[in-house]
Design a protein around this ligand. Structure first.
Ligand code: C2E
Ligand code: MG
Ligand code: MG
Length: 561
């Protein structure tokens, strides 16, 4: 009886063992068991992790297949675990296979003391799908893209073929997310990804490589113009309005292109070159593409260095403001001034705002810098007032990136802290800065106007000069760009500038807006714009930008005079 029982138990065990073995071999995960000497004892199934190798070389085979940068991590985990009975370590590593990189996640456990196992066990899952897919857009992910790029690079360089990388940035994503919320932002990304996917062939390598950026690899391109043509098509495609969450939204893309032939370095350098090429000056209001050129690399590097320095310029107190008087030319008196930022770099010296403001805008630093300027200008205006000077208007330049609803909070706190009368403040915005998102800009500008703050359209005539802007936005003042004043009364004048300036002055009068002629450099120019009915003038002939103390002096003498 006792023998029979033992026999049944033995039979039972065998069945159980068989069952476990079958179950384990059918699992998507792999269990590998190595003995004390790292000889393979058991593998739950055949796996590309090992291929076919004799049991005593399996460990080496396994290590060889692991991505060089991850190998040390696996060896260290295994060594650590092997020295402490019952311990375990988490593992994440990549394996190179013929069909590309696989991403493995799992654990290694010391079960040497466990009599039924007596080994070091690896429980491994292939998580490539999770790793390589971007859940939101269902495009590939950045790790997948980099891996694919490395393989494309290898196969193309070997035969001297060329490939191109496209870095596609959805420009208004952050602005839209801020205004309409995260759901709309995400829906927009999905819609943009769909457009991209529909434009490409199924097998084309496309991925979401950053929060609002996509990457495409164009393999075997004959010339860079193939990639440029393709980028132009994508740009056109994205310019059509998007309909998401019941809203019609306009977004543009900036496409940077880099060809493998024009970049010395790793495949990631090619991708970076594509990203760098979209960082230059960009046209607003529509999508565009630019191609990376090695020559531009140096400029891009300088730009990056400038960006780094800009990041600390505010905290290091390297900025100051100067004030350029604005004269009421009809009544020959000083009407106010424009605050202009100055940056004295500790090594490079003076850097023009025309150079660093666009960098600050691109780098997302303009909000902080702009807030500082506004604060400082209002504080200065109050200081002048406190010293008994007449109530004057102070103009402050505002960048496109500042024109979002949160700017109102900044303005309110500046008004509050400095106590400036909003009627003494005039914000200057350029037409190019409102074109990117006119709806958001309209709301913000209207809210500023309601606070009694003046609004000037700066550099009029240099951007799109859409007359509908004058009608649509609540501007009080048009500042006629220096480019139209420059040639007045000189030999280069062909009469057209004169006609244009007169027309803009007339336009202002008809729309009840005042006009300022910028960049008056001669007495003749001053006389001309005055005779045409222009209200205000600004320029070197009248006064150059000056420090605050000089301005109060200028005001005293000019008012008395
Ligand atoms: P803007 O707003 O049109 O400012 C007028 C620019 O013309 C100033 O250049 C001023 O110095 C220059 N200017 C004035 N009169 C004359 C003249 O008679 N002849 C010539 N050739 N130039 C004259 P600046 O200070 O170099 O500023 C350049 C641009 O940088 C500004 O153009 C403005 O767009 C931007 N900027 C300056 N300060 C700020 C700021 O605080 N914030 C922002 N967002 N932008 C700023
Ligand atoms: Mg200005
Ligand atoms: Mg201007």
């Amino acid at each position: 009886m006792a023998n029979a029982l033992a026999e049944v138990r033995a039979m039972g065990e065998t069945v159980e063992l068989k069952r476990y073995r079958s179950l384990a071999s059918g699992s998507a995960d792999v269990v590998l068991l190595f003995d004390q000497n790292l000889r393979l004892k058991y593998a739950s199934r055949d796996t590309y992790l090992l291929d076919t190798a004799p049991a005593d070389t399996c460990w080496k085979r396994f290590l060889d297949r692991i991505h060089t940068s991850d190998r040390m991590h696996v060896m260290q985990a295994q060594n650590k675990v092997r020295s402490t009975a019952g311990s375990a370590e988490h593992l994440e590593f990549r394996i190179a296979t013929d069909i590309g990189t696989r991403y493995i996640s799992g654990r290694v456990c010391n079960l040497l003391q466990d009599d039924s196992v007596q080994g070091v066990a690896f429980y491994l899952s292939d998580v490539t799908a999770q790793w390589t897919l971007d859940e939101l857009t269902e495009l590939h992910s950045r790790p997948w893209f980099i891996d694919r790029l490395e393989r494309t690079n290898g196969s193309h360089r070997e035969i001297g073929a060329m490939y191109a990388v496209l870095h596609i940035q959805l420009n208004q994503y952050h602005q839209i997310r801020r205004s309409f919320g995260n759901d709309v932002g995400q829906a927009l990304l999905r819609a943009a990804a769909d457009r991209l996917r529909n434009r490409l062939r199924r097998a084309d390598p496309v991925a979401r490589i950053g929060e609002n950026t996509f990457g495409v690899i164009m393999e075997h391109v004959q010339s860079i113009s193939d990639a440029e043509q393709f980028a132009a098509n994508i740009a056109d495609l994205m310019d059509a309005p998007f309909f998401v969450c019941g809203q019609e939204l306009c977004a543009t893309v900036s496409v940077g292109i880099a060809a493998s032939q024009s970049v010395d370095g790793s495949p990631e350098d090619v991708l970076q070159a594509a990203a760098i090429s979209v960082r230059g000056a960009r046209p607003r209001g529509h999508s565009y593409h630019t191609t990376y050129e090695a020559r531009a690399q140096e400029q891009a590097k300088q730009r990056l260095l400038l960006e780094l320095d800009l990041r600390s310029a505010l905290t290091r107190g390297e900025f100051h403001l100067v004030y350029q008087p604005i004269h009421d030319v009809q009544n020959e008196r000083v009407a106010g001034c424009e605050a202009l930022i100055r940056w004295i770099h500790p090594e490079k010296g003076f850097i023009s705002p025309a150079t660093f403001i666009p960098v600050a805008e691109e780098a997302g630093l303009i909000n902080d810098i702009g807030e500082w300027v506004l604060h400082e200008a209002c504080r200065q205006s109050q200081r002048w007032r406190g010293s008994g000077l007449e109530l004057l208007k102070i103009g402050v330049n505002i960048s496109a990136a500042q024109l979002h609803p949160e700017f109102l909070t900044v303005v309110d706190s500046v008004l509050d802290e400095t106590g400036i009368n909003p009627r003494c403040l005039k914000l200057e915005v350029t037409e190019t800065s409102i074109i990117d998102s006119p709806e958001e800009a309209t709301d913000t500008l209207l809210a500023l106007k309601q606070r009694g703050i003046g609004l000037a359209l700066d550099d009029f005539g240099t951007g799109f000069s859409s007359l509908s802007y004058l009608h649509r936005f609540p501007f009080d003042t048009i500042k006629i760009d220096r480019a139209f004043i420059k040639h007045l009364g000189t030999q280069e004048s062909d009469g057209k500038d004169e006609a244009l300036v007169k027309t803009i002055v007339g336009l202002g009068q008809n729309l009840s807006m005042s006009t300022v002629a910028e960049g008056i450099e001669s007495e003749e120019q001053l006389a001309m714009v005055t005779s045409w009915g222009c209200d205000f003038g600004q320029g070197y002939f009248l006064a150059r930008p000056m420090k605050a103390e000089q301005f109060s002096e200028h005001l005293r003498t000019a008012t008395l005079g």
